[in-house]
Design a binder for this molecule. Structure first.
Ligand SMILES: [Mn+2]
Length: 426
């Protein structure tokens, strides 16, 4: 479907145009006093995980319009991520969802992962829906439930997820809790919080020492009066309660409109508790749109905080696990993911161009205009040749989306898997 020689062929066709644009970019960087090679190396090293649940067409509660050729098994999901990674070389890991992606043959999965140069990045538990044959329902909560045996069932599920993760060589458990209440009076806020904290601690204690638990927050949905973990403050407090192996996970869509997410990122970095990142785009709420499609400037500002923290020896934050967490309702999921990764790399590349020294000087002098202009100078740069060169050096395609379309990969997937193939788990 996609071979190295196909990528070579594609790159050769675009070589002349790329050389011209990349040459100009190099000259521009040189004049700015920036080290092109060093910036390239950082872009080349950036990896963002692809979640197994984003490979099929998403939907709303009103309808779903699958485009065909969706992966029907964990094996086919790995093949799809392998395709993405072959094209852009920045999607070398997968985030799995249990029980949607329980491996039947662990050894075969390892072999397939190796074939595609992929690793399992994290495992995600699911207590937001009842599974077949499940004894107790999560209708009124899981880790926060009033009854101990329901909480224990949810804890046991998370421990089972850790076991699968161990078999697959991963070291990160992501917990997103749908627990919450829909009406005033439904929850005893303090007791429900404490039960959740103790449940999370029990899960954390069951993890191997080199594992990290990521605690994700969300202000509303599926519950509309209160969520157990609605904000970063609650996530932070819970992480601290659980110990050094627990970290906060920021999902871009999990904020109320106009929240200053870059400031939250800076705060968490300052506290050394930013463990993970879920990328998506948002217009109103948890819209799960293509990353960078709605607010590219915000994405850039978030990366500025990440880059500045990485350059600051005073920041004691563990490496951040990056993942895309989007839903693709109208686009081909693979095209959407290719766009997302491209937008993420673009925002990162722009952040790497910021004249940090100049910015800090302007900040110290309270030169508001200068500080803003320093940021805008980097944001407005056309970094596409820089991103393309990084992908090319990693062995990927100069235009990943262009090559995907040129090879008509979706058509090939439909021929192979069928028009009605529906991704497992959705
Ligand atoms: Mn998420």
């Amino acid at each position: 479907m996609l071979t190295d020689s196909r990528i070579q062929e594609h790159n050769e066709k675009l070589a002349d145009d790329h050389a011209f644009r990349w040459g100009y970019m190099q000259e521009w960087l040189h004049r700015k006093g920036l080290d092109a090679e060093q910036i390239l190396q950082q872009i080349q090293a950036f990896q963002v995980a692809i979640p197994s649940w984003a490979l099929g067409t998403g939907g709303t509660r009103f309808g779903r319009y699958p485009g065909g050729g969706e992966p029907r098994s964990l094996e086919e999901k790995i093949e799809d991520v392998g395709l993405l990674n072959a094209l852009n070389r920045a999607s070398g890991s997968i985030s799995l969802h249990i029980p949607w992606d329980i491996p039947q043959d662990v050894q075969a999965i390892h072999t397939l992962l190796d074939e595609h140069h992929l690793v399992i990045d994290s495992v995600n538990s699911n207590t937001f829906q009842d599974q077949k044959d499940q004894q107790d329902s999560y209708k009124f909560g899981s880790l926060c439930h009033t009854q101990a045996h329901v909480r224990q069932q949810a804890i046991d599920h998370n421990i089972e997820v850790i076991e699968y993760g161990k078999q697959l060589g991963c070291r990160t458990l992501t917990v997103w809790l749908a627990d919450g209440s829909n009406f005033p009076g439904q929850h005893h806020f303090r007791r429900a919080y404490q039960r959740t904290a103790d449940s999370l601690k029990a899960i954390c204690n069951a993890m191997p020492e080199d594992w990290t638990m990521l605690v994700e927050y969300k202000p509303y949905e599926p519950h509309f009066y209160s969520m157990i973990i609605p904000d970063w403050g609650t996530s932070l407090r819970l992480s601290e309660y659980c110990g050094p192996n627990a970290q906060v996970l920021v999902d871009l869509g999990h904020h109320l409109p106009n929240t200053n997410i870059e400031q939250i990122v800076a705060r968490l970095l300052h506290f050394g508790r930013l463990g993970g990142f879920h990328f998506n785009g948002s217009m109103y709420g948890d819209d799960d749109l293509t990353t960078g499609s709605i607010k590219p400037f915000q994405l850039f500002l978030i990366f500025c905080e990440l880059v500045q923290a990485a350059q600051d020896t005073a920041v004691q934050n563990p490496p951040v696990a990056y993942m895309i967490d989007a839903s693709h309702n109208t686009k081909d999921p693979l095209e959407d993911l290719l766009q997302s990764v491209q937008n993420i790399l673009t925002a990162y590349a722009k952040a790497l161009l910021v004249n940090t020294k100049g910015l800090f000087t302007a900040q110290e002098a309270n030169d508001v205009v200068r500080a803003e202009e320093v940021l805008k100078d980097a944001f407005l740069a056309d970094v596409r040749p820089l991103v393309a060169e990084a992908i090319r050096r990693n062995g990927g395609a100069l235009n990943p989306l262009g090559l995907y379309r040129q090879l008509d990969i979706r058509r090939q997937l439909i021929d192979k898997r069928g028009r009605l193939a529906v991704a497992t788990g959705l």
